[in-house]
Structures are given as structure tokens and as C-alpha cells.
Ligand binder design. Structure first.
Ligand code: CUA
Length: 375
């Protein structure tokens, strides 16, 4: 046998495969932070099972059809001495074979469709046995961060969704600006947040854990930086967290002075008081530090106890927070903390951004330190 595959063909195929690998951006680490192949709760597990079933069925189709094609190409190939103009007898109509193929195809679709419909119903309705002890969170997507409201307790937080492990979490999804998509790969598939429409999904983590979430619908400049973290806590830590979150962290006399005892501030008093003043002037217009009030920026009432900053993009470390406040436009292009909010005419400033304040390095340091006293 002499293979007649030509070098240019091989080169083109190799190039295409290489480009494909470069563009998919997939990680081969199945246990990676954002891997949907490592389900940690019942909704994700259900979706994983449907994915695997679909993969098996389509692999079967690929092998059967591709194998039949390869076999035919091989068996009826042109051999030495064959007349190149010879056309074999043509056949039309083979009712049993044709009907059989249609029925087999439909059957394969039914095999995938039944669990798929089951999965659609599962993610829309919390199973009866999990209703007891379920909690509820209202999620609002903004360019480019997440507001989390705990309506039963009446407080807000941002960018970190905390919930008890082993209990169902009912999640109501809304957006005010553009369409976003809520995605916690290890806990559930994507669901869009759409202005003017409320969507729903529920999640549950089997065990306590720390999960990476991501906006999965292109929503403007910093879509790629619209992350969030989800933290499933053991029952006692969850109760403790709930209690802490409802506490005030700032004096309600308009001074924005931290309520945390001075010996716990961790920074010189004058630095923190200066930070409170900078916060009052430059930040408080958008960021509420009252856990019961949501304004048009992330609620920062308990910022000091969070694990991440800039909507899950950075770990919550002093240097990174400083950089985020010092050069927000370099960290998350287009963000409103830097730009401020303009009226529809595109000129009138409704709410100034950091670019309008021209804070000194010292002031940014002061407000950075101040934020860690909110806990
Ligand atoms: Cu929000 Cu992408």
C-alpha cells in the first residue's frame, strides 16, 4: 500500500491543530479553579452527568459514522489496473436501512433529551427535601462587580457569596445595566442576569469550600475581570459570619470613623482618621459602609474581612488594594471607580470618579489602611 498523503496537506493540518490548541485556552487540570469537570454540588453534578452522557453518545456516533466512512473509503478505493471511468451500479431506496437510521438517530437524541429536561427542571426548582434550611440571596450584576443581598437578614455585601455548606441557596439574578452571566463552574452552569427580567438558579456545596466564579457573558471593557468568590462555610462559621455582617463597622455620625477598637486598628490612629476623611470625600458617594444600604458601588461595610478585592480579581492584600485604588484604570480598564458616572449626554458628571480627585500617594495609603478597619 502506498499512502498518497502529500506534505502540504500534513503541514496545513498540523498548523490548524496548533492554532486550535492556541485559541481554546483550556486548562488540562481537571481540578482547576474554574473547572466544570470537578463538580462539588448536586446541580453541578447533574450537569456534569448530562455532559458525560452527551460525550459518550456523540463519541459513539463519531466512531460509528467515521468508522463506516473509513471502511468504505478503504474497501472501494481505486486499485492498480482499475478503469478510472468505471462507475459501479448505483442503488436507490433501501426503506429498512433508511428508516432504521432515522429511528436510531432519533433514539440517540431521546437518550440525551430526557436527562437534559430533567436537569432544566432540577436547576429551576429546589427539591422538596432541601427546602428546609434553604437560604436566599439576591444577586445583581453590575459593570463589573456583583452585589449580594441577603433579604431574609436584610444586609448587603459584594463580590463574595458566603453560604452554609450542605444547604440549598436560592439565587435570584438581576441586572440593571447590561446582560451578565452568573457562573460558578464547580457548583452550577451559567445563568444570565438580564435587565428587566429575574432569573433563578439554586446551588449547593456538598462540603465547605472556596470557589471561583466568573461573569460568563461579554459585558464591556472589564468583563474578563468580573469575577467573584463563593465560600461555603460549616454551620457554626456561617452563623458567625451572618451575625458579623449585620453589625455596623462605622460610626453613624458622618465621620466614618471605624467602630473597631483603636488598639485593633493595626495602623497609626492619624493614618486611619485621615483615611476615614478621604473615604468620606472621595469614596462614600458610591460605596456604602452601612450593611443595610446598597448604593451604586460595592458595599464595603465589612471589606476588611473579605478575601479578595476588585471583584475577585486580586487577593485582599494591602499592596494589591493600594494598587487598585492608586491605578484603577490599569487594573480594570473602563471601570467606573476611576471614570465616575456621567449623565446620558456623556459630559455632565453625576458622580465624580477617582480621576477627578487627584489623591496623593499618602491619601491612597491612608484610605487603603482605613478599609482594613472595616470588619
Ligand atoms: Cu459581566 Cu461579563
Amino acid at each position: 500500500m502506498r499512502l498518497r498523503i502529500r506534505t502540504p496537506f500534513l503541514a496545513a493540518a498540523g498548523l490548524a491543530a496548533g492554532l486550535l490548541l492556541l485559541t481554546v485556552g483550556c486548562s488540562l487540570n481537571i481540578e482547576g479553579q474554574q473547572s466544570a469537570l470537578d463538580p462539588k454540588g448536586p446541580v453541578a453534578k447533574n450537569q456534569y452527568d448530562i455532559f458525560m452522557l452527551t460525550l459518550y453518545v456523540t463519541t459513539f456516533i463519531f466512531i460509528t459514522v467515521g468508522g463506516a466512512l473509513a471502511w468504505v473509503l478503504w474497501k472501494f478505493r481505486q486499485r492498480k489496473g482499475d478503469d478510472p471511468n468505471f462507475i459501479p451500479p448505483q442503488s436507490h431506496g433501501h426503506p429498512m436501512l433508511e428508516m432504521g437510521l432515522v429511528i436510531a438517530s432519533a433514539g440517540l437524541l431521546v437518550i440525551i433529551a430526557i436527562p437534559t429536561f430533567g436537569g432544566i427542571i432540577l436547576k429551576k426548582v429546589v427539591p422538596e427535601e432541601l427546602l428546609d434550611g434553604a437560604i436566599e440571596v439576591n444577586v445583581v450584576g453590575f459593570q463589573w462587580w456583583w452585589a449580594f443581598e441577603y433579604p431574609e437578614q436584610g444586609f448587603y455585601t459584594a463580590n463574595e457569596l458566603v453560604f452554609p455548606a450542605g444547604r440549598a441557596v436560592k439565587i435570584n439574578l438581576r441586572a440593571d445595566d447590561v446582560i451578565h452571566s452568573f457562573w460558578l463552574p464547580k457548583l452550577a452552569g451559567k445563568v444570565d442576569l438580564i435587565p428587566g427580567q429575574e432569573n433563578f438558579i439554586w446551588i449547593m456545596a456538598d462540603e465547605p469550600g472556596y470557589f471561583w466564579g466568573q461573569c460568563a457573558e461579554f459585558c464591556g471593557d472589564s468583563h474578563a475581570y468580573m469575577l467573584f468568590r463563593a465560600i461555603a462555610l460549616p454551620e457554626d462559621e456561617w452563623e458567625e459570619w451572618l451575625e458579623t455582617q449585620q453589625r455596623d463597622t462605622v460610626a453613624d455620625d458622618g465621620s466614618f470613623e471605624p467602630l473597631l477598637a483603636r488598639e485593633d486598628w493595626g495602623y497609626p490612629e492619624d493614618k486611619i482618621l485621615k483615611g476615614a476623611e478621604v473615604f468620606r470625600q472621595a469614596c462614600a458617594g458610591c460605596h456604602s459602609v452601612n450593611p443595610r444600604i446598597q448604593t451604586n458601588g460595592p458595599n464595603l461595610a465589612h471589606f476588611g474581612s473579605r478575601t479578595s478585592v476588585a471583584a475577585g480579581w486580586y487577593e485582599n492584600e494591602y499592596d494589591l488594594l493600594y494598587r487598585w485604588i492608586r491605578e484603577p484604570e490599569k487594573v480594570k480598564p473602563g471601570n467606573f471607580m476611576y471614570r465616575g458616572f456621567l449623565d446620558r449626554d456623556g459630559r455632565t458628571v453625576i458622580m465624580p470618579g477617582l480621576k477627578d480627585y487627584d489623591l496623593s500617594d499618602e491619601e491612597v495609603h491612608a484610605v487603603t489602611a482605613y478599609l482594613y478597619t472595616l470588619r
